[in-house]
Design a binder for this molecule. Structure first.
Ligand code: HEM
Length: 433
């Protein structure tokens, strides 16, 4: 007979509150629940009662075993209102057909074409950076990620729109970030319409301009959607919006954490610079030599382990389910957590320590489903290879040019759409000769 998942006792609740107070983030409370209640537990707040499933077995259950019964779409969530029929928020056959149509934009052949522009946009932004004075790199990295995404996916230069649409991008991210709507889904949310409309209008204009071109050009995502998949403008708008959100905020936060960690670990920063000097010299990376930057890749993987941008994944049980003897009623919100999985001492010794050697070729491979920064199964991040290439290029250009020096500014984890360092990553930059 399956039993309900455990919830926190008053004493566990108190310890969770203390942890949250001390560390200033909600994930500290979730870590406390995980340590005391195990891999399956229920959060019991008024109006918000999700079941958390943590660890490799739970991840495999969510990604593979119960994939058809654990659906993404939740009609009352703001992200569904925003993305409508976007790949991220549709399920079943509609999802699979759309995904198949969009996948060619992420093939190796395409990735190799994006690399030169990734370097170009990194350089364009980095040449404006001041030296020797405290400077927040987070918005700068967001600019680079936006320029790269819009250029690669829609063959459009975002430079002229950056200052006009910056506020709209930030506001739209705020609209889909966790907030009071989790407890009161029907709470009115004024103040976002204009920002969303501005982005909507911008994306529709790009579609319109492309359709007006006499040549049929398929070598980007937009071209594929228009000429190969023959999607209508509404569906194309939804996929473009999905890419704009899923494809830049994630790499922005991962890179911000990487920069923060390298500021704290100058020895590791030096080791990356030595690798860059020997593989690239002063030249921009190419798709072919990116694979030789293996230490840089180790550092990025370790950053994604400690600070996975998507720290919580969301599903909804379509029918009654049972996992490891626990009953999950139809309609329950079910979450998996890369953050908690990646900090489980059972799978990651000294889990809070930054140690890129965990990902060295000579180290044992992580157990299946214990390292899941990009999710897994048929919904694994569509842009995972794109993101690794992009992050390598940006960090390579940054550390070829500059040495990062940490400032004493204190940061805490912020659960927005992605896991962000707040208030930012303030560094002093020194030019490398
Ligand atoms: C470090 C960077 C990134 C991280 C950590 C990341 C992480 C993830 C994760 C965990 C999921 C699965 C969500 C779930 O299970 O509910 C996902 C899905 C997705 N990601 Fe990423 N992502 C990154 C970058 C990108 C980029 C650069 C793009 C596009 C250019 C992208 C596009 C997508 C899309 C379209 C989906 C939905 C896939 C589907 O449902 O079939 N992501 N991402």
């Amino acid at each position: 007979m399956p039993i309900p998942p455990p919830t926190a006792s008053p004493t566990t609740g108190l310890r969770a509150l203390q942890a949250m107070w001390q560390q200033q983030h909600v994930l500290a409370a979730l870590s406390c629940f995980h340590a005391e209640l195990g891999n399956v537990f229920r959060i019991n707040l008024p109006g918000f009662r999700p079941v958390m499933l943590v660890g490799p077995a739970a991840n495999q259950y969510i990604f593979i075993t119960a994939r058809e019964q654990l659906l993404w779409r939740s009609e009352s969530d703001p992200i569904t209102h925003l993305l409508r029929q976007g790949l991220l928020v549709v399920d079943g056959e509609v999802h699979d057909v759309l995904r198949q149509a969009m996948t060619p934009a992420f093939h190796r052949r395409m990735l190799s074409r994006y690399v030169a522009d990734m370097s170009h946009y990194s350089d364009q932004v980095m040449t404006t950076w001041p030296l020797h004075q405290p400077f927040d790199l987070l918005p700068q990295i967001r600019q680079i990620a936006l320029l790269i995404l819009v250029n690669a996916m829609f063959k459009t230069d975002f430079t002229p729109e950056m200052s006009r649409l910056w506020g709209a991008v930030v506001k739209t991210l705020d609209y889909i970030s966790p907030g009071l709507w989790l407890f009161w889904p029907h709470l009115p949310r004024p103040g976002y319409r204009r920002a969303i409309q501005q982005l909507d209008h911008y994306l529709r204009q790009i579609i319109h301009l492309r359709r007006a071109q006499p040549i049929t050009n398929n070598d980007d995502l937009l071209g594929l959607m228009i000429y190969e998949a023959k999607l209508n403008d509404e569906l194309i708008r939804d996929q473009m919006f999905t890419m704009l959100v899923a494809g830049h905020d994630t790499s922005t936060s991962a890179l911000a954490w990487a920069v923060y960690l390298l500021g704290q670990h100058p020895d590791i920063q030096q080791q990356i610079q030595a690798e860059l000097d020997s593989v690239l010299g002063k030249n921009p990376p190419t798709f072919e030599n990116l694979k030789d930057l293996s230490y840089l890749e180790q550092v990025l993987n370790e950053t994604l382990r400690l600070y996975p941008p998507l720290h919580l994944g969301n599903r909804r049980a379509e029918v009654d389910l049972e996992f490891q003897g626990y009953h999950i009623a139809a309609g329950t919100r079910v979450c998996y957590s890369p953050y908690l999985t990646h900090r489980d001492p059972q799978h990651w010794p000294e889990p809070h320590r930054f140690d890129p050697e965990r990902f060295a070729a000579s180290a044992p491979s992580p157990a299946p489903y214990s390292f899941i920064p990009f999710g897994g199964g048929r919904r694994i991040c569509l842009g995972n290879m794109f993101a690794m290439v992009e992050m390598k290029v940006i960090l390579a250009r940054l550390l070829q040019r500059f040495t990062l020096h940490a400032t004493p500014a204190k940061i805490h984890l912020h659960m927005g759409v992605t896991l962000e360092p707040r208030p930012g990553v303030t560094m002093r930059l020194e030019a490398r000769r």
